[in-house]
Ligand binder design. Structure first.
Ligand SMILES: Nc1ncnc2c1ncn2[C@@H]1O[C@H](COP(=O)(O)OP(=O)(O)OP(=O)(O)O)[C@@H](O)[C@H]1O
Length: 354
């Protein structure tokens, strides 16, 4: 096993900078998700780590060894892609055995290792089947077994669950996490799916236009986004813009919004505050505030019922705010109703204008 260090890596295609001075430390044994919009550089970064492509500048090391000029076959990396490309005319076991056979391992060793890998992905009894006799989820497990059978130092996964339907995808998320824990392999996982990134990974890196905009544990990125982009890309956020008051902002109409303790910016500059929709409480009266310092009045324009919760859209000074409320059986608010929104400074993240 090994950690991966990416230091100041840049890669351009013509005039386009696909990766722009990216540095990330992937800890040994960790599960890391790379998240970002289409074209942000996720696959390009994975390809640099795998050795399919080389950086223009910067360094990459695996297990402390510099690899930025080492070819893919010498990096001891396992990879799984969305289109996992199994050999259709080979049995499941032969597909999994492929990497070991190429290395010239003894037949008995190969058979034992293949069986162990298939057991790990819970396909121990299906080694004799052909890929077309398997479900999509089972084929994806074969691809995973094939990637780990050679005992790679790092596992790279590029949207491996993208082709699966929602229910199967959730099953495979749990399965993948279990396997990763069991073998303790450093795993770097590219996904479009923010929920997948939040639930599966120890750390998340968010890329935008080839730059790493924020990285850290899922809770930290969700609770303390450093930019409007991170706040709205990972989860939903209400963004208020105004002038900083030091530890909050003043909206154009003069209303003050206070941010949590420790948040300070030079007073007078432009800044934003981000508030998650589930952190805001909505009521029809302006009664006791329960110590919540932030209060705004608005009018419900729409309610979307989603079973266990409802989203209210609230109009306020030309801005539409989102509030998510658990459905507890309490009275629902009607469209057109005047409401008061309240939330605490601790639920408010102060973000410098960028
Ligand atoms: N071989 C290449 N030649 C030219 N441009 C490339 C090449 N590979 C990637 N790019 C460009 O680099 C940018 C980053 O691409 P990349 O595939 O890394 O994005 P991504 O974040 O993985 O996107 P997606 O989520 O759509 O897969 C894109 O603008 C892409 O068009």
């Amino acid at each position: 096993m090994a950690g991966v260090q990416v230091s100041s890596v840049s890669r351009s295609f013509g005039a386009h900078k696909a990766l722009d001075d990216v540095s990330i430390d992937f800890a040994d044994g960790g599960f890391y998700a790379l998240l970002g919009p289409s074209g942000s550089g996720k696959t390009t970064l994975l390809r640099q780590i795998a050795g399919f492509d080389f950086p223009d500048t910067g360094r990459i090391s695996i297990g402390g060894e510099s690899v930025e000029r080492v070819p893919v076959e010498k990096r001891r990396i396992g990879m799984v892609f969305q289109n996992y490309a199994l050999f259709p005319n080979m049995s499941v076991a032969d597909n999994v055995a492929f990497g070991l056979s190429v290395r010239g391992e003894a037949k008995a060793v190969i058979a034992a290792e293949v069986q162990r890998a298939l057991d790990l992905v819970q396909l121990g009894k299906l080694g004799g089947r052909r890929p077309h006799q398997l479900s999509g989820g089972q084929r994806q497990r074969v691809a995973l077994a094939r990637a780990i059978v050679t005992k790679p130092r790092v596992l790279l996964l590029d949207e491996p669950l993208g082709a699966l339907d929602k229910a199967l995808r959730v099953d495979m998320q749990i399965e993948l996490k279990r396997i990763q824990r069991e073998i303790g392999i450093t795993t770097i996982f590219v996904t479009h799916d923010q929920e997948e990134a939040l639930t599966m990974s120890d750390r998340i890196g968010i890329l935008r236009d080839g730059r790493l905009v924020q990285e850290g544990p899922p809770e930290e990125i969700y609770d303390r986004p450093k930019s409007e982009f991170a706040a709205t890309f990972l989860g939903d956020a209400n963004i208020f813009r105004g002038d900083t008051t030091g530890n909050g902002i003043r909206l154009p109409d003069g209303t003050a919004i206070a941010a949590g303790a420790g948040a300070t910016l030079a007073a007078g500059a432009k800044a934003s505050c981000a508030v998650r929709p589930e952190r805001i409480r909505i009521a029809t009266d302006a009664g006791a505030s329960d110590g919540d310092a932030n209060t705004l009045k608005g009018q419900v324009s729409k309610r979307i019922f989603a079973g266990n919760n409802s989203t209210y859209f609230v109009e306020r000074d030309g801005q539409t705010l989102k509030v998510i409320v658990q459905n507890t059986g309490a009275d629902r608010l009607a469209e057109g109703q005047d409401v008061v929104l309240r939330w605490s400074p601790e639920s408010t993240v102060l973000i410098a204008a960028n």
